[in-house]
Design a protein around this ligand. Sequence first.
Ligand SMILES: [Zn+2]
Length: 102
Amino acid sequence: MNKIRCYSCSRELSEGSLKYVVEVKSFADFDGYLEDYSGDVESGMVELLKELEDADQKTLEDDVYQEMVFILCKACRDKFYKGLLDTSDTIGADREIKDTIH
Ligand SMILES: [Zn+2]
């Protein structure tokens, strides 16, 4: 059986020990605003489709949505929360994060 290790510090997390699954999701936000486009819409669409054809599929997906899952020990989980958004503030359950989403 594979040993489970903390993703951050590599400490072995034995069976039954306290460990945390941390899921991180980020996705592109759309606020409903489209810049005025003064050119020919049809040729603009053709140009955009050509750019999409040439672009790497994985890069396009990562630009829109990313999801990561880590298993961390308690110490690294606590450090992770403290380091979020490069601030010493922890995100409290009562803080309305949704307010920042349109
Ligand atoms: Zn750790």
